[in-house]
Ligand binder design. Structure first.
Ligand code: 6PG
Length: 246
């Protein structure tokens, strides 16, 4: 039982099963939505949990996904060259883009090689504003993860002004416990402007954060503030959400 509003928890035995569950739900949603609109906008998460989901999406049988009508964005990015192994673009390219026949013009990575992180954040905000008129009405789906400290995208418990920033994309310095410090991240209003969110959480190291978000509603955890316009689906495995939490 969870106390988060508009939230549904889908529990799976392990990461492989939750990846398949999320992939099936996402592919179904894409087909449903594209019956009533021309394009589908999907914001991707970084980190390790979504890797298998991306691999499954990229390996969908030929023609199963209308890639020419999908637009991919990133919810956050480490401020590194896209060729760097810690780059989220690098990970998505490796797990999805190398296999999926998606037009280059439909892939919208966060720039990380401009004059400054602030300039690249402003550039990406313009990219988003070319697709969305309002921060409160953005993506069809946002994929997110949850850190063991309760962060999501690159919004950390230490990040100031979580919700009341008028920016679309901001520069954040991750706390020292994280490998890559300078990050670009969509702000919470932009992430919550999505119609729906899929939050993928796997592993026992996430138990405390997941309980803090879903049951305790701890406001100090950015994951607690994930509240899309529509529904929030939590794809979790039993290691992160043991039976005792259900
Ligand atoms: C990133 C992600 C980040 C991630 C969480 C969980 O750039 O690292 O966007 O928010 O989703 O840190 O990461 P794992 O999936 O690796 O546990």
């Amino acid at each position: 039982m969870v106390d988060a509003p508009n939230a549904t928890v889908h529990e799976y035995p392990d990461r492989e099963a939750l990846s398949h569950g999320a992939a099936t739900a996402l592919v179904t949603d894409i087909h449903d939505v594209l019956r009533r609109q021309d394009r589908y906008t999907l914001a991707l998460a970084g980190g390790s949990t979504p890797r298998r989901l991306y691999e499954l999406l990229g390996n969908e049988e030929e023609g199963a996904l209308p890639w020419n009508r999908l637009h991919l964005f990133w919810g956050d990015e480490r401020y590194l060259p896209h060729t760097h192994p810690d780059s989220n673009v690098h990970m998505v390219r490796e797990m999805l883009l190398n296999a999926a026949p998606i037009p280059d013009d439909n892939v919208h990575p966060m720039p990380t090689q401009g004059n400054s992180a602030a300039a690249d954040a402003a550039t990406y905000a313009s990219t988003l504003q070319a697709f969305f008129n309002d921060r409160t009405d953005t993506f069809d789906t946002v994929l997110l993860g949850l850190g063991s400290d309760g962060h999501t995208a690159s919004l950390f418990p230490e990040t100031s002004n979580l919700g009341d920033t008028d920016q679309w994309v901001r520069v954040v310095e991750a706390p020292p416990r994280h490998d890559v410090s300078t990050r670009l991240t969509c702000t919470l209003p932009v992430l919550n402007g999505t119609r729906q969110a899929f939050v993928l959480v796997s592993g026992s190291q996430k138990q405390d954060a997941l309980r803090g978000v879903l049951k305790e509603r701890d406001p100090s955890l950015p994951g607690t503030h994930v509240d899309p316009q529509g529904h929030c689906y939590w794809y979790v495995d039993h290691a992160a959400w043991p039976t005792s939490e259900q």
